[in-house]
Design a protein around this ligand. Structure first.
Ligand SMILES: CC(C)(COP(=O)(O)OP(=O)(O)OC[C@H]1O[C@@H](n2cnc3c(N)ncnc32)[C@H](O)[C@@H]1OP(=O)(O)O)[C@@H](O)C(=O)NCCC(=O)NCCS
Length: 182
């Protein structure tokens, strides 16, 4: 699936192309927030991204799209997941100039609907650093709920990060039970 047709009038999702690799590497390696809050390597190169894009096309256990502006087609960010046993693990980022206008929330809503329908997943999960207020708000606005049983420290780029977890069950499945506030 190349993502064409995944759109809400403001943003669209499309499959990665080798020609996107320079843009991806430049943003992911240099952006301070992406470096602070994601597992993207600070030394990622366009060649590595091109290889990853080629491999992604052949993977049955992963999917990823470019978040684009619907009007201009300009690239805004990245949204991806890997999945196993019906559980998908989502990650996302936006380029700095694409933030602050709800694009990530729109992308996550579209991506989740697509993943449940096309990959027949039973649940989507994500985790973030507790200090990543923007990402937590995106998850909540896209319908994810706190899943505190899965909060645990994670090894990221050679450091131990505290994390908070979120989950979104497939439509028509029972909600996770949680008494903790986000
Ligand atoms: C997380 C990210 C995708 C959110 O992008 P976005 O869609 O532009 O989100 P916004 O800037 O609109 O912020 C979403 C909400 O969080 C709030 N927010 C964002 N940063 C905040 C901060 N530092 N402190 C408090 N609130 C913040 C915004 O005010 C907004 O609140 P609202 O829902 O009440 O309007 C973007 O910041 C990003 O790419 N960050 C770096 C990569 C990253 O952290 N990825 C997620 C890893 S889990």
């Amino acid at each position: 699936m190349d993502g064409s047709g995944l759109a809400d009038g403001v943003i669209q999702l499309r499959g990665w192309r080798p020609s996107d690799a320079d843009w991806y590497a430049q943003i992911a390696a240099a952006d301070p927030l992406i470096q602070r809050f994601t597992s993207e390597s600070p030394t990622v190169t366009a060649a590595q991204v091109r290889t990853a894009i080629t491999e992604l096309a052949g993977r049955a256990d992963a999917a990823g799209f470019v978040i684009c502006d619907s009007d201009t087609g300009n690239r805004l960010g990245n949204i991806a997941l890997d999945h196993e046993d019906g559980i998908g693990h989502v990650s996302y980022w936006l380029a700095a100039d694409a933030r602050g206008r709800g694009a990530a929330t729109r992308a996550l809503r579209l991506f989740a609907a697509w993943a449940f329908e096309s990959l027949e997943l039973t649940e989507l999960r994500l985790w973030t650093h507790p200090d990543n207020i923007g990402s937590r708000r995106v998850a909540e606005r896209a319908g994810f709920r706190r899943d505190p049983d899965r909060d645990h420290p994670r090894q990221v780029k050679g450091a131990t990060w505290p994390t908070v977890s979120y989950a979104l069950p497939a439509p028509n499945r029972p909600q996770i039970s949680s008494t903790s506030a986000p």
